[in-house]
Design a protein around this ligand. Structure first.
Ligand code: NAD
Ligand code: TYD
Length: 361
């Protein structure tokens, strides 16, 4: 039985990944989820897994070397899948330091502890020990709005936000470990994910939450920025395939040729919500394009992201399976049937966050 150490498993992608892995491997794997439970971490996302003997949650900060060393000494870890990060660009613009701390220092601690646990005296590593670093396409910077240029694994790094700069730093550390210590790792750089359990600071869940509450839908700048959207389960599958079938030391871009302008997303969320809600539902009367409000643009706002997934398709055979129309409907249905989840995550500090972020826009 393989033992996985998943960091950041209580967040959006991490919790979807853990669900995916148990659906796929059931009792053939054990997962240890290590998460500090910041504002973005939510154990409610994993409640249904608590009865499993092969799922263990440990609350720890990845920058806490002693805590991470202890986990590696207590468990014989075969795979690390490293999601834990500060992940929101707007927050990074307001408060960059914590991004450097978690994303750069935290990744260094994870690498160091894995290496210390795995490396043999001759500098080699036991067969099957693998570290996968989950990163973003934002490290590559911004593409021209031409609909035909793409991010490849060979595209030079040109991060613009403190978030993407800190992720670029973490990627470079992983690369340095591979080059210096022959450390058995992979890096995946992925486009914007969407799906269940995403915290409503990111565009799609924020739109759903606001529309259902009859609140304005803030569109940054001219609403014409382009993101390449990927359903989170397709990402989870890609991560697993890279770790099992990818070539060690390689980077793989994961994305699905699904470019949308932000304003298209806003319109689609409004239309889909209107279709999904019964006429008798009081929330339905609020939902219309009148809610759209163009607000001050994000500082340094990257214009366009678009991934070329050629390498992962050619080498591993991964392709996204969920169309955007299907994925957005599934996502909206999930949020409609998990109103309590949304209430919990938007109580308390969320109100303050929203006021800080949007109050003066
Ligand atoms: P998220 O913000 O939803 O979750 C992050 C998780 O990490 C939370 O559970 C949080 O509690 C935990 N965490 C934060 N700081 C920690 C620390 N110091 N120690 C331990 N745990 C800590 O993020 P997400 O959207 O699920 O993203 C996961 C990973 O995927 C990140 O590395 C992110 O850069 C990358 N990524 C995200 C997207 C996207 O669209 N969301 C796209 C590409 C790559
Ligand atoms: P986001 O979900 O924050 O992801 P990222 O910045 O990592 O791509 O934002 C997606 C796009 O939506 C981005 O171009 C910024 C824009 N956006 C808005 O227009 N309004 C909003 O309230 C938010 C959160 C984002």
């Amino acid at each position: 039985m393989k033992t996985y150490l998943v960091t950041g498993g209580a967040g959006f992608i991490g919790s979807n990944y853990i669900h995916y892995m148990f659906r796929k491997y059931d009792n053939d794997i054990r997962i240890i989820n290590v998460d500090a439970l910041t504002y973005a971490g939510n154990l409610e996302n994993l409640k249904d897994l608590e009865i499993r003997d092969n799922y263990i949650f440990i609350r720890a900060d990845i920058t806490d070397k002693a805590a991470i060393e202890k986990i590696f000494s207590e468990y014989d870890i075969d795979r690390v899948v490293h999601f834990a990060a500060e992940s929101h660009v707007d927050r990074s613009i307001k408060n960059p330091e914590v991004f450097v701390r978690t994303n750069v220092l935290g990744t260094a601690v994870m690498l160091n502890c894995a290496r210390a646990a795995w490396e043999k005296p001759d500098g080699s590593y036991p067969e099957g020990k693998k570290f996968l670093h989950v990163s973003t396409d934002e490290v590559y910077g911004s593409l021209p709005d031409d609909g035909k240029s793409y991010f490849y694994e060979t595209t030079p790094y040109q991060p613009h936000s403190p978030y993407s700069a800190s992720k670029a730093g973490s990627d470079m550390l992983v690369k340095s470990y591979m080059d210096t210590y022959h450390f058995p790792a992979n890096i995946t750089n992925t486009s914007n994910n969407y799906g269940p359990y995403q915290f409503p600071e990111k565009l799609i869940p924020l739109l759903i939450h606001n529309a259902l509450s009859g609140k304005e839908l803030p569109v940054y700048g001219d609403g014409m920025n382009v993101r390449d959207w990927l359903y989170v389960d397709d990402h989870a599958k890609g991560i697993d395939m890279v770790q099992e079938q990818g070539r060690l030391f390689e980077t793989y871009n994961i994305g699905g040729h699904n470019e949308k302008r932000n304003i298209e997303i806003v319109n689609l969320v409004i239309e889909t919500l209107s279709e999904e809600l019964d006429d008798s539902d009081p929330r339905k009367k609020n939902i219309s394009k009148d809610l759209i409000r163009y607000v001050t643009d994000r500082k340094g706002h990257d214009r366009r992201y678009a991934i070329a997934p050629d390498k992962i398709k050619a080498e591993i055979g991964w392709e996204p399976e969920t169309t955007f129309a299907e994925g957005i409907r599934k996502t909206i249905r999930w949020y409609l049937s998990h109103e309590e989840w949304m209430q919990h995550v938007t109580s308390g500090n969320y109100q303050k966050y929203y006021e800080d972020m949007y109050g003066d826009r």
